[in-house]
Design a binder for this molecule. Structure first.
Ligand SMILES: Cc1ncc(COP(=O)(O)O)c(C=O)c1O
Length: 435
């Protein structure tokens, strides 16, 4: 018998959801329209995706034009004009030494692609024993087997524990309520946490480790901002040990922290960058891995007619996605989005931290236009308070997100101070009404 709802929702409490579904039917600018006609202010820019706002006219037009001109072209042994133009533009935005771009369709695919490139690189240089991968506790790198394995979210790993990649270890995470609660921007405490890589290098022997992957600012586990000096220290240690450093910038790229990439904002150049989301403003799924020249070049070996990397997706460099990407990058330039986001950061910080002292708030964290408000969990029901705030805000016409008891915020790059104020005041009212 056909169920009432065939749609199996991702990362959702499905049975509860269908008792009172939240269904969106349209969006424009900073607002969604729900199926009951209500307008909702989007306080999360989609899912960290849509910094330019929804249905941006120039991206819509570019997609419409492209889908009627070249809807699809095979990506193996044949290229399309839009993909190669986009790769050049992405490389131009990336740090100087990173001029090669491999397209994927999502953040998860970008992560698995980057891990494979890291392994292939070491092997090509005669260091094929470097197979170990290091992630970090509380890291999120998507849900494919590679990303899940280097990821550090227990709930995502638990059921699949026996099937996780072998040879993976994790750095300790960078958060300590006792040492950094209510820090504004980067915490002063904690650079030494990067030294945990020395422990893992000693344990496994550095010569066996291929790569370390971290989110420069951890997003999904509640905005864990890197302590001052932490990323620099990690870079130094990777250099010392010959380990590749991968920045997972699926969230932090394209203006979210007021720069094209976190690499630029923090002044630390990794060996590979994984990205997605803001690459197309979320309009068409697309991801990318941006690779240092030396890594790419090391793989360009062997007979010229041979495939150098046995990896790729049917939709790698999809022309319609690439057209959306080109229009997105053009809009960032025309609207000076990255500088606007940077200018908005202190205003966002001020409004967000005004929640200090409200009921149940035990920490507030922010960097760029990423923000988190952590609530004390109910002793008998972890995550319940966070979810209730999400629901109350949704009912009050504002979309925020909760990851357990951490409320998360990702405003548009061109949000107004009034919009930021409305989002935070809606949360304030919700908190005051909580048990
Ligand atoms: C840092 C990071 N990496 C990877 C992913 C996975 O991306 P996707 O959901 O597009 O597969 C995400 C998604 O939020 C992310 O935040």
């Amino acid at each position: 018998m056909q169920p009432d709802h065939a749609f199996w929702m991702p990362f959702t409490a499905n049975r509860k959801f269908w008792k009172a579904p939240r269904i969106l039917t349209a969006a424009r600018g900073h607002y969604y329209t729900a199926d009951d006609g209500r307008q909702l202010l989007d306080g999360f820019s989609g899912l960290w995706t849509s910094g330019l706002g929804h249905c941006h006219p120039k991206i819509v037009a570019a997609v419409q034009e492209q889908v009627a001109r070249l809807d699809y072209s095979m990506g193996f042994q044949v290229a399309n004009d839009k993909a190669l133009a986009l790769a050049n533009e992405v490389a131009a935005l990336a740090p100087d030494s990173m001029n090669h771009v491999f397209f994927t369709n999502s953040g998860s695919e970008s992560v698995d692609t980057a891990l494979k490139i890291a392994l292939a690189f070491h092997r090509a240089r005669g260091e094929g024993q470097r197979t170990r991968l290091i992630g970090r506790e509380r890291g999120y790198h998507g849900v494919n087997f590679g990303g899940m394995s280097v990821g550090g979210i227990p709930a995502n790993r638990k059921v699949f524990s026996a099937a996780l990649l072998p040879g993976v270890d994790h750095l300790r995470h960078t958060h300590s309520l006792a040492d950094m609660a209510f820090s504004r921007g980067q915490p002063a405490w904690g650079a030494h946490l990067a030294d945990d890589l020395e422990r893992l290098a000693a344990l496994h022997d550095a010569s066996n480790i291929a790569a370390v992957i971290v989110e420069p600012v951890a997003g999904s586990t509640g905005i864990l901002v890197p302590p001052i000096g932490y990323l620099q220290r990690l870079r130094e240690l990777c250099d010392r040990f010959g380990i590749l450093l991968i920045f997972d910038e699926v969230i932090t790229a394209f203006g979210r922290i007021g720069a094209p990439f976190a690499a630029e904002r923090f002044g630390v150049v990794p060996d590979l960058i994984t990205t997605a989301k803001g690459l197309t403003n979320g309009v068409i799924p697309m991801g990318a891995v941006i690779v240092r020249d030396a890594i790419h070049d090391a793989l360009m070996q062997g007979p010229e007619n041979m495939v150098e990397l046995f990896h790729g997706y049917t939709y790698s460099g999809h022309p319609v996605a690439a057209a959306a990407g080109l229009a997105t990058l053009a809009a960032y330039r025309e609207e000076d989005s990255f500088a606007r986001a940077l200018a908005l950061e202190p205003i966002f910080e001020e409004v967000l931290h005004s929640l200090r002292g409200e009921p149940h708030v035990i920490d507030i964290r922010n960097f760029g236009l990423m923000g988190a408000v952590e609530l004390a969990p109910r002793p008998d029901a972890a995550g319940a308070r966070g979810f209730e705030v999400f629901l109350k805000c949704f009912e009050a016409g504002v979309v925020v997100r909760n990851g357990g008891d951490v409320l998360q915020f990702s405003p548009f790059l061109d949000s107004t101070p009034e919009e930021l104020g409305r989002i935070i005041d809606t949360v304030r009212q919700a908190l005051r009404g909580l048990a």
